[in-house]
Design a protein around this ligand. Structure first.
Ligand code: FMN
Length: 253
């Protein structure tokens, strides 16, 4: 079972967000494989708005010298569970996370992380965390993730240690449960609505050639709902063949 932790703080091991996530992971006694990705320490070239990913499925920057996005994407696709963490910066996510999310914008059009689960961890001095939590929740939904929990750590240096421990323990429990029951995924009404919109766009030929071909391969019109799409198409493949992220349903780009 793979957990992938994605953060982007400039403070490395002293980051409040990282410390909270490290404590959450520390609570889990299971033998999960945990990959920590600090985006700030990675070389991620900012998106150039060439839109090649939408048109062809290929981001030319993935192959540019020194850029590390290709290996980061690979790790995310291999993960069963994502923990996405950020501090609050002027009521926004941190800039490294923002640069990273722009580089996977195509994945929101393909619902590429369908069926994976995630916990969103936000650390804040005092305010703006609702904006950040709401934004990340929305993007996670478009990516196809089930958001198991959004946990906010406020004023870490002053917080009551018992309450902190409670938050850490509860998060660890929910992540553990999520990882162990990885085939039981719930989709929100908003995600179902998004799937219906994708079907409409497909019917009206409103996609780029690459995206149209992708959804044609997925036989998108055969499914009444996102849940049905996930259950019948992906879970069947998954249970038959092992890791569904090796299947054509989730082509690595
Ligand atoms: C430039 C800057 C802007 C910040 N903006 C906010 C803010 O709008 N609201 C808030 O509550 N905290 C704000 N903070 C505090 C951080 O959110 C807080 O310290 C957080 O825990 C940092 O996360 P990190 O240690 O993981 O990097 C800001 C900090 C910096 C350096």
């Amino acid at each position: 079972m793979n957990i992938c932790v994605i953060t982007g703080s400039r403070k490395g091991n002293n980051s409040n967000t990282f410390r909270a996530i490290r404590d959450i992971i520390g609570e889990m006694k299971d033998d999960f494989n945990v990959d920590y990705i600090n985006l700030w320490e990675k070389c991620i070239t900012p998106c150039r708005e060439c839109c090649s990913c939408f048109d062809t499925g290929i981001c030319p920057l993935d192959k540019s010298k020194g850029d590390e996005m290709a290996s980061i994407k690979e790790k995310i696709l291999q993960a069963d569970y994502l923990i996405i963490g950020t501090g609050v910066f002027l009521h926004n996510i941190n800039s490294a996370l923002s640069v990273f999310l722009e580089r996977i914008a195509l994945w929101t059009h393909l619902i590429k992380l369908l069926g994976k689960k995630c916990t969103i961890v936000v650390s804040t001095a005092s305010n703006g965390h609702m904006n950040v939590a709401g934004y990340l929740n929305k993007i996670a939904g478009f990516l196809g993730l089930e958001v198991i929990e959004i946990v906010v750590f406020s004023q870490m240096e002053f917080v009551n240690p018992e309450y902190y421990q409670y938050l850490v323990k509860e998060s660890a429990r929910k992540i553990r449960e999520g990882v162990l029951n990885k085939y039981e995924v719930k989709f929100t009404d908003k995600q179902e609505e998004y799937f219906k919109n994708i079907k409409l766009l497909y019917e009206h030929n409103a996609f780029s050639p690459y995206e149209r071909e992708y959804w044609a391969r997925q036989k998108v019109l055969d499914y009444a709902s996102l849940n049905e799409y996930f259950e019948s198409f992906i879970v069947n493949n998954l249970k038959k063949k092992g890791d569904y992220y090796e299947q054509e349903t989730c082509i690595k780009i």
